[in-house]
Design a protein around this ligand. Structure first.
Ligand SMILES: [Zn+2]
Length: 147
């Protein structure tokens, strides 16, 4: 049993490259040095707004955003619990992030869809899987702000 405990590096891994786990979980984007446009794509070669050439520096994105649009998903892949809420969240940096909304009732949202538009939300992370080497895989979602 002791051998298993000291198996190589088992630190958690983010599910997407633009999710960083330290010092606390946050998203990063790349920022055009010419016009300031921000993209979730970290390997972007050129800015689609001003056509400046990259690579662009990585910037930390805000943990908070607002729901731009959402939909309640009733059918998904086997093993994925439904219904759940998927949304596009606008961040203050001008980036739109497609993500799941958690801590919110899909049924309530369908009854009162207007309550979700512009809803302030914050980033949250959780372990969504384990990879073949035994690392926890960390996914992200957004949940309504408590304040
Ligand atoms: Zn630009």
């Amino acid at each position: 049993m002791a051998e298993q405990a000291q198996a190589s590096d088992t630190s958690p891994r983010p599910i997407v490259p633009f999710l960083k786990l330290t010092p606390k979980p946050h998203l990063v984007g790349s920022k055009c040095v010419s016009c300031g446009a921000v993209y979730l794509d970290l390997k972007r070669l050129a800015c689609s707004k001003c056509f400046a050439h990259g690579p662009f520096p990585e910037v930390k994105l805000s943990d908070h955003g607002k729901v731009y649009v959402f939909s309640v998903v009733h059918q998904s892949f086997p093993g994925i619990k439904t219904p759940y809420v998927t949304a596009i969240v606008d961040l203050p940096e001008g980036v739109s992030v497609r993500s799941t909304l958690v801590d919110i009732s899909p049924e309530e949202l369908q009854k009162n869809p207007k309550t979700a538009f512009d809803l302030p939300v914050e980033l949250t992370t959780s372990v969504v899987a384990k990879d073949r080497e035994g690392h926890d895989v960390i996914g992200f979602a957004y949940k309504p702000c408590k304040h």
